[in-house]
Design a binder for this molecule. Sequence first.
Ligand code: AMP
Length: 195
Amino acid sequence: MTSPSFSLCVYCGSRPGNNPAFTEAAIQVGQWIGKHGGQLVYGGGRNGLMGTVAQATLDAGGRVIGIIPKALVEKEWANHSCTELIVVDTMHERKRLMAEHANAFLALPGGIGTFEEFFEVWTWRQLGYHDKPVGLLNISAYYDGLISFLKSSVEQQFMGDWQMGLMQVDDIAERLLPALIQAAGLAPEDRLDAV
Ligand code: AMP
């Protein structure tokens, strides 16, 4: 098997949310990864948007690495369909391995787990612990409130514009995904044989 042309870590809800557009976006992201010869790195669950993005990636011929703490194997329904399922001891190990395996990070709509993971890689980027692109997919204005809060934090001088500039926000997956992969210095392949 050829090695993936890129590895994208996706953070997203362990629930589907109440808007079908969230599930549609998770499918689009998975399909895009598969169609471009990529690999998904994610939390290894079968529930919610997490399960959807993993299944869509597999269906489109992509590789999927799921990384899940053993305490969550039952709770989040560990996804044994993953190309590789890594069961780790702690949440910290999960997050470290997810970050190590990725060339870029993307958050879709989700809850506090998603927020925590997204903010962690964003803050690591501003501290220079890594230089991988970080993206936020703002489907159906889900993150509008967060973005306006962050802008008010810049206005009130707790953040600089440069920190905002370290994440890429878009509402269109097909535009944000190639931008992230290109910013990582990689070129997504065109796999014409993929779904
Ligand atoms: P959520 O967005 O809350 O549905 O959670 C999405 C994912 O984040 C799930 O796989 C959770 O296990 C994970 N998660 C929850 N809390 C944390 C945390 N403190 N650190 C990292 N991941 C978490």
